[in-house]
Design a protein around this ligand. Sequence first.
Ligand code: ZN
Ligand code: ZN
Ligand code: ZN
Length: 348
Amino acid sequence: MDEIGVDALLCSVGPDLPYLTGYEAMPLERLTMLVVPRGSEAVLVVPRLEAPRVVERPDVFGVEPWDETDDPIRRVVDHARGARSVAIGDQTWARFVLALQDALPDARFCPASAVTGPLRVVKDADEIEALRAAAHIVDEIAIVMRDRPFAGRTERDVHRELVERMLDGGHERANFAIVASGPNAASPHHDPTDRRIKPGDVVLCDFGGTRNGYCSDITRMFHVGEPPAEVSDAYDALVVAQEAGVVAATVGTPCEAVDAAARSALVDAGLGDAFVHRTGHGIGMEAHEDPYVVTGNATPLAVGHAFSIEPGVYFPDRWGLRLEDIVVALPNGPERLNDAPRDLAIVG
Ligand code: ZN
Ligand code: ZN
Ligand code: ZN
């Protein structure tokens, strides 16, 4: 905050608050907001009925419950008093941002990520361990699914199974479970439907959850019966591209060069036009966060950066393929946190 001249940091819903305090605000019309004034004590302004959920850390922040008839905006402004430069949580509801801007007419507002982003993007040893544990859960699920039946089931049914397995495996939250079969796999973020999976289908499963506050995210591909040559050839090229992306992800390499490494492998295979998205995204307390592995991001990878490498190819109305692992940049080179088999699993 000193470096960038921020007088007060205000964190509400979103991961900055649990990152700093261990407490996650409910997305409610009642305001929860951590006020961190530069150079003085942080205070969590929290609805009285939510206060019992706060694990107090008096060495880190004070707690100030407000009652139903209090004005929480006034409380926040009182603690941020005199702030001319305010960093406000990127995901704070507009109604609260607008009220705070009204109450602090002379203040300049910037996103809280200006303060928290550089802290959160670098994972320490405990955070990497948390990501590894989360990755392990989805790895085990990806392995189990290789022996599960797919034909005759709906996408929604497989989706339900993935969600259940994530919760059973130790995720406190299942964040998403994309199950995209046959032509639906051509839509990268397809919502599972009642389409029945049938012989000859590819099935793309991309799923992840949260464990101890940190996210998992994996994509594995299944094929009902033996795949035709065009699918297995494209899949082989995808494996090469994904490996190229992982190998390129060394400390000091710009994010966009990692994207280029994966992308050029697919271009070489004549599949460049089918790779319609970036190569990856950072991961931590959010499933998608900095650093983004994309053309135009010249940020060099640093020790502790964690991100996905997930090239894909998509052919509208026909099929699509993606392969995704979470990778951490470490001094000795990139380390994959996922180790479930990466071949195209033949299922029944
Ligand atoms: Zn995605
Ligand atoms: Zn994913
Ligand atoms: Zn991902």
